[in-house]
Design a protein around this ligand. Structure first.
Ligand SMILES: [Zn+2]
Ligand SMILES: [Zn+2]
Length: 346
């Protein structure tokens, strides 16, 4: 490598974004430098950029959903080589805290979240254990979905689906459309709900069994008739709404499992009749982030074609148009906004 600096979408403070040339990360003995091919915009990035997340410190780079190729390796890295297609996990866990040692590294107490190493730049650098290798020929656009699909896979695992059960997926952004596909892969029949007609069409194209527009139909009645009065065995809410939680609890089947998958902002509370939980033996759960195991499962789903992520891309923009991409996500236009940082030779 001869270059010393790289392009980066520098975020000096919330709402302030500019292209800067900054030094390329130094590659430590156990580190891997990765040239970014594609980086997707996550609603988390948009929220952080807005300044509403108090825990997000500036200045920084954003972006944590990406794919790329190995550009350089530290001297202790033996199993990776330059040019290999990879997807890094940009959230570095400590490996030594109670969360890491009890199988919940997604809740690591000492997590290092990207520092200045966000994916909206030409290069990122991560420790070698954070690198997931792609099979040759895997689409890097599709593979850039590893992190959000890992979160989805984790959420679906918590629903303990049996083949033939009925799952209800509420909200059909890219996350909801991935939930639907993973639930299908687990053998469930899936009812989806969203007020945007294009999203319902997309869900049906991708394999949903029944699509409901809650602005036109009563969701409870639809679930009731689809399940012969039994209710939904599982459900996932992918939009942050306390009212939706209240609305779904009475629609659940005996023994039903409900996953609150989205954070709710501004903070809100739900009113629940505990008797429903008790008599119906409902399980109310949530899931957030993902572990390296979930990431492996996600890459399998992408690479064996069981989950179509690439067709969730509605916009492909150059790095310099990141600000425009944030606006698109904020206004809920289209589905996934993908930034072509260096792309890949077709
Ligand atoms: Zn994300
Ligand atoms: Zn830890």
């Amino acid at each position: 490598m001869t270059e010393k600096t790289m392009r980066a979408m520098w975020c000096e403070e919330p709402q302030k974004l500019e292209v800067r040339q900054i030094p390329i990360h130094e590659v430590g003995e156990n580190d891997v430098l990765i040239k970014v091919a594609y980086a997707a915009i996550c609603p988390w990035d948009v929220r952080a950029y807005s300044g509403l997340s108090k825990s997000v410190k500036f200045p920084r780079l954003l972006g944590h959903e990406m794919s790329g190729t190995v550009a350089a390796v530290g001297k202790n890295v033996k199993n990776l080589s330059i040019g290999q297609p990879v997807v890094p996990d940009l959230i570095v866990k400590c490996g030594t805290c109670k969360a890491c040692l009890t199988g919940r590294p997604n809740k690591c107490r000492n997590v290092v979240f990207m520092q200045f190493g966000g994916a909206f730049a030409d290069y990122v650098c991560v420790p070698q254990q954070n690198v997931h290798v792609l099979k040759p020929g895997t689409s890097k656009k599709a593979a850039a979905f590893m992190e959000p699909l890992a979160c989805v896979t984790r959420g679906q695992n918590m629903l303990n689906l049996y083949p033939g059960e009925v799952e209800l997926v509420v909200g059909l952004g890219p996350i909801g459309l991935m939930h639907m596909q993973v639930a299908r892969a687990f053998g469930a029949r899936v009812i989806v709900s969203d007020p945007i007609p294009d999203r319902l069409t997309k869900a049906l194209e991708l394999g949903a069994d029944l699509a409901v527009n809650p602005a036109e139909e009563d969701l409870a009645e639809v679930v009731d008739s689809f399940t012969d009065g039994w209710g939904a065995d599982a459900a996932v809410i992918t939009v942050g709404s306390a009212r939706l939680v209240e609305q779904l609890i009475p629609i659940m089947a005996p023994g039903g499992r409900l996953n609150i998958f989205a954070g709710i902002y501004p903070h809100d509370t739900v009113q629940i009749d505990p008797n429903i939980i008790h008599y119906q033996e409902l399980i109310l759960t949530g899931s957030a982030d993902s572990t390296p195991i979930d990431m492996n499962h996600a890459l399998d789903f992408i690479q064996n074609g069981q989950v179509d992520t690439e067709s969730l891309i509605s916009h492909l923009l150059p790095l310099e148009d990141l600000g425009k991409g944030f606006e698109i996500v904020k206004n809920r236009e289209g589905l996934k906004v993908m930034i072509e940082v260096n792309g890949e030779p077709e």
